[in-house]
Design a protein. Structure first.
Length: 239
C-alpha cells in the first residue's frame, strides 16, 4: 500500500475509518506471510501435543480406576431393567397384536442379554484369560445370546417372520460389534489388570447395540405387510 493509497483512503473514510482499513490490510498481510504460517504451525503443534498429553493422562487415570465393581455394576444392567420394566411396556406399535408381539420380543431380547452377560461377568473367568481367549469367550457369548433369545421367542409363539426380520435388521450391527470386540481384544491400548478395561469397553458397546435394536423395532414392525394377518398372540388378533 503506497502513501497515495493511504491518502485516498483517509480522504474517503476519515481518520478512524482509515485506521481500521489499514489495520485490516496489515493483518491480512501478516496472515499471508511465511513467518506467520510457521508460527501458527508451531503453535498448533504445541496445542495438539499438550492436548494429546492431557488425553493420555485422562485415559491412564481412567484405566487405573476400572475395577471389578465397575464391571459387575455396569450401567448396562440398570438400563436393561429400565427398558424392560418402564420403556418396553409403554411402546405402542401399529396394531394391538403387533404391540403385544414386539413388546414380548423386546422383553425376551433384553432379559436374555442381561442373563448371559451377568453369567459371564460374575464367573470372573475372563480375568485370567489372554487376549485370544477373551476374544473367543466374547464371541461365544454373542452367539449364545442370539441363539438363546431366538429359541425362547419362537417357543413363546412369536411369529418366525418377526424373528427373521429383526435378525436381518440386526445383522449389520452384530457384525460391526464383533469387529469392534476383536479390535479391542487385539489392541494394546486396552491392556489393563485382569482385562477390566477390555470388558468394560465391550459392555459399553453392547449397551449401544441394545438401544439400537429397540430403536429399530418400529421400522421392522412397519415393514411387515400382510404376513401377520389373522394371527393371534396373547389374546390379540392381527386384523
Amino acid at each position: 500500500m503506497s502513501l497515495s493509497d493511504i491518502a485516498s483512503i483517509m480522504e474517503k473514510y476519515g481518520f478512524k475509518g482509515s485506521i481500521f482499513i489499514i489495520f485490516i490490510f496489515i493483518l491480512i498481510s501478516m496472515l499471508k506471510s511465511s513467518w506467520f504460517t510457521t508460527f501458527l504451525g508451531k503453535l498448533s503443534d504445541s496445542f495438539v501435543e499438550k492436548f494429546m498429553r492431557n488425553k493420555v493422562k485422562d485415559v491412564n487415570s481412567h484405566v487405573k480406576s476400572i475395577a471389578d465393581s465397575d464391571i459387575t455394576n455396569h450401567d448396562i444392567f440398570n438400563y436393561i431393567d429400565f427398558w424392560t420394566y418402564s420403556k418396553v411396556p409403554t411402546i405402542q406399535f401399529s396394531t394391538e397384536y403387533r404391540t403385544a408381539v414386539f413388546r414380548k420380543y423386546l422383553t425376551i431380547y433384553l432379559k436374555s442379554y442381561k442373563r448371559k452377560i451377568s453369567d459371564f461377568v460374575n464367573s470372573k473367568e475372563y480375568q485370567d484369560m489372554d487376549d485370544a481367549k477373551v476374544w473367543k469367550a466374547l464371541l461365544d457369548l454373542i452367539n449364545q445370546i442370539v441363539f438363546d433369545y431366538e429359541r425362547e421367542m419362537l417357543d413363546a409363539g412369536i411369529p418366525k417372520i418377526v424373528v427373521d426380520k429383526m435378525k436381518a435388521k440386526n445383522n449389520d450391527t452384530i457384525t460391526l460389534t464383533i469387529d469392534l470386540i476383536e479390535g479391542i481384544c487385539n489392541s494394546r491400548f486396552y491392556d489393563s489388570e485382569k482385562n477390566f478395561l477390555k470388558v468394560y469397553s465391550i459392555l459399553n458397546i453392547l449397551l449401544s447395540v441394545l438401544e439400537n435394536t429397540i430403536s429399530n423395532s418400529e421400522s421392522v414392525c412397519n415393514s411387515i405387510n400382510g404376513a401377520l394377518k389373522g394371527l393371534k398372540f396373547d389374546g390379540k388378533i392381527e386384523p
